[in-house]
Each structure stands twice: as C-alpha cells, then as structure tokens.
Design a protein around this ligand. Structure first.
Ligand code: PMT
Length: 410
C-alpha cells in the first residue's frame, strides 16, 4: 500500500461520464494511499454513480450544489476550496473541461477550481472523436497553459463501441500519478527554483523568402527542451517558447509555438511578467528578408538573384535590458575563437552568463544528442566535456540555480 499521499487533502471532482462508475474505487485507492478525500459531483455525474457510495467510501458528505444552505453551513465553498491541497477531476467530461478553460463558475465544481490555489489534475474521459475534436484539444491546451496537469486519457475499447483515446486513466494509475507528483514536489520544495518561473527559448526560427521558402538553421530544440525539463524537475514553473519542429515537451511545461524571430520576440515579452530566470537556447535568425514575396518566386533567366536582409530584434538583449528577470542566460554557437567570442557576446548583450558550444564540431551542438559546452559568468568559467544534452542540462541548471540563489542575496 502506498502512503505518499498521507496528510494530503484531495478534492475529487466527478463529472458526467460512464467512467464515473470507477470513482468509488478511485476514492478507496486514494484513501489507502493516505489521503483525505472530499467529493464534489456535477449534476450529470449523478446519472452514472450514486452520492451514497461515494459518501460511504470517502467518509465525507458529497457536495454537488453551490446553493445548498445546509452544506454551506458545515463547510462553505470557499472554505472547501482552501481545504484542498490538490484537486483531481476524474472523469473530466468535454463540458467540464470547456467550463474550466473559460473560467466559467456556473456550478460548484467549476467555482471551487477558480477559488482554490491548489494544483489541479484533470483526467479526461469521453468518446474518442470528441476527445480529438480541435475545440477539446484547444481547451486542454489552455488548461495546460494555466498550469493544470492533464493525466491520460488511455486509449482502447470505449463503452460506446468506438476504439481510440478517451478512456479515463485507471484509478491505480491516477493514484500513482498523484503520488509521483507529490514526491517530486516534496523533493524540490526546498530548492531555490521551486515555484519560480523559468522561461526557455528553443529551436530555430524561420524567416520567409516567399510562401514556400525560408531562411533557417539546423537547431532541433533538444538542448533547450532538456534544460526546460531539468528546470521543471528542479521545481520551477517552466514556459518554453519553441520554434518550428521542436518535439513535444513534458505535459507540465507551458509551451508557446512560434515561427519567426519577431514572433519569438513578441511572445517572450508577452509572457515575461514574473519571470525569474530567462534562458535563451534558441538559434534565432539575426536577419530576415526585407520583403517576403507574396507569390512563389519563379526561376528567371538571369544567373543571380539578390535579397535585401534586415536585422531581427535581439531577443535576449531586449530581455536583459528590461531588468525584469533576475538571471538571464544566453547560449553562443561559435565556429572560431569560441571562448573569446562568447565572453564578448555575454558583455555586449548584458547577460549574467553565457553557454558556448563549438558548432564547427559536427558531433555536438546542432541536431545531435550530445553537446560539450563552457559556461561563462562573471565569477568564472566551467567546462562540461562531451555528454548527452540531458546530462549537460542537469549540470547547467544546477549552476544556474546557484546564480539565481546568489542573485537573491545581492
Ligand atoms: O537545438 P539543438 O539542435 O539542440 O542545438 C543546440 C544549439 C546549438 C542551438 C544551442 O546549444 C545553441 O548554441 N544555441 C544558441 C544558438 C545561437 O543562435 O547562438 P548566437 O550566438 O547566434 O546567439 C547568442 C544568443 O543570443 C543566444 O542565446 C540566442 O538565443 C540569442 N539571440 C540571437 C539572435 C537574436 N536575434 N536574438 C537572440 O535572442
């Protein structure tokens, strides 16, 4: 029996879906793991499971009405929202997901979610076609962006006869996911990055020449993603501004996709408020064609063609200039005089630190699983020999954490 959820107050929100029949077992497993569980049902949830069963297994009266004077007298809904250490919504129907994504407070469950500071985990469950509908995916992306954790769904046979994604994650796996989350939170709750906002840019940018051609580079985004992951594991709230082709990030990482350097600049500044640490790993195009052609450029008789390029904004330089992030770390992709060029770049852009890789070595850097870097900051330089980007990321985040901790005492 797991006991890692001991002392945890879990508010279980149940919405209308066939998977609700599994929730008495879910409550039982949560209680076995040490949690105290209070259940809130939506009106539709009553069609699939009884409040009597849920009250019996949780040991608490089940709540389902914002306007029930008797329930409000024993524990008002604001009190209930404060009681929760975490909120789990399982099953989460398309309808409850839409309400939460829109900040709608039309019933008790959605009101509690708005009124509670507790982290929210959502286990979607619905017909596979509904789950894959762009509107549902859009709402889930919004919730992810708001910091909610989406667990599942599983894929397989559905009660309606369909096959595909939309089955609620099994109760045992939901308890495991909450337990792992709790262990990770406990492990990082004393580290300097815990609860801090870290923004990472990663991947290439694309600058259009015409509707079908562009200027870009070989960045895969892997180094930046590995850093985002390491920062997340260190307890940070991480937002990634990702260029085209960057693989999926962990579900707990907020992600904003962009194509051009100008878009990256705009999204970075739109999300910069309260950023504690900014890490610019992206390979941003310094120049873009002055005028992208509206139509595909045709082959002409003349052998040569000329473009005028204009400068893109220096994104990291502009972040450093605002003084809003406590620590600003850049990367430098160099092919010659690597260390000296990087030292100059750090000073010129006003960065706290810069990480340089020699991209003339094709076994590291761009689009490889390995890297070899030197971190340069005001107090010194640290070299990390060739190793997987994930290992480099762990070590860099440890160093950046020290820089951040030092910035707090100055
Ligand atoms: O993505 P991968 O395949 O994993 O490869 C990783 C990497 C090689 C891309 C990465 O390790 C790296 O070196 N990233 C920086 C690449 C780069 O553009 O370097 P730069 O020296 O041109 O830029 C210096 C710094 O200024 C960088 O932090 C860059 O994000 C930033 N910059 C650059 C230009 C610009 N207009 N705005 C910026 O913010």
């Amino acid at each position: 029996m797991m006991s890692d959820l001991s002392e945890q107050h879990i508010l279980l929100g149940i919405s209308g879906g066939i998977a609700a029949y599994k929730t008495p077992i879910l409550v039982r497993r949560l209680v076995e793991a040490g949690a105290r569980v209070q259940v809130v049902m939506t009106a539709n949830a009553h069609k699939f499971v009884t409040a009597t069963s849920l009250q019996a297994v949780s040991g608490f009266p089940v709540r389902d009405n914002l306007w029930d004077p008797a329930a409000e007298a024993s524990m008002g809904h604001i009190e209930l929202a404060r009681w929760a250490d975490q909120i789990l919504i399982a099953p989460a129907s398309a309808s409850v997901i839409a309400r939460l994504a829109n900040g709608d407070a039309s019933d008790l469950l959605s009101t509690l979610c708005l009124a509670s500071p507790a982290p929210i985990s959502i286990a979607p469950a619905m017909n596979q076609q509904m789950f894959q509908h762009p509107a549902v995916q859009r709402n889930l992306a919004t919730l992810r962006g708001d910091g909610c954790r989406i667990i599942g769904p599983d894929s397989g046979d559905q009660a309606c006869g369909d096959q595909g994604p939309g089955r609620m994650t099994e109760p045992e796996d939901l308890v495991m996911a909450l337990t792992q989350q709790q262990l990770a939170t406990d492990a990082t709750s004393n580290t300097p990055l815990h609860g801090r906002k870290v923004m990472v840019t990663t991947g290439p940018t694309r600058e259009a020449i015409d509707p079908v051609r562009y200027i870009s580079n070989h960045s895969s985004g892997l180094q930046g993603l590995a850093i985002a992951e390491a920062a997340r594991r260190a307890g940070a709230n991480v937002i990634v501004i990702a260029g085209p082709g960057v693989p999926e990030a962990h579900g707990d990482i907020q992600r904003v996709d962009i194509t051009t350097a100008q878009q990256m600049h705009d999204e970075v500044h739109a999300h910069l408020a309260n950023t504690d640490v900014f890490i610019g790993v992206a390979a941003v195009a310094d120049y873009r064609p002055a005028n992208a052609a509206a139509q595909k450029i045709k082959r002409h008789k003349q052998d040569e063609m000329q473009f005028t390029l204009v400068q893109n904004p220096d994104i990291i330089g502009s972040v450093a200039q605002t003084g809003r992030a406590k620590v600003v770390v850049g990367f430098a992709a160099e092919t010659n005089d690597t260390l000296q060029n990087a030292r100059d770049k750090r000073t010129r852009k006003g960065l706290d630190a810069i990480v340089v890789n020699d991209v003339s070595d094709h076994s590291i850097g761009f689009n490889n699983s390995d890297n070899a870097v030197t971190l340069i900051h005001q107090q010194g330089e640290v070299e990390f020999a060739r190793q997987p980007k994930t290992a480099i990321a762990e070590k860099l985040v440890a160093q950046i954490t020290d820089l951040f901790a030092a910035s707090l005492v100055h």
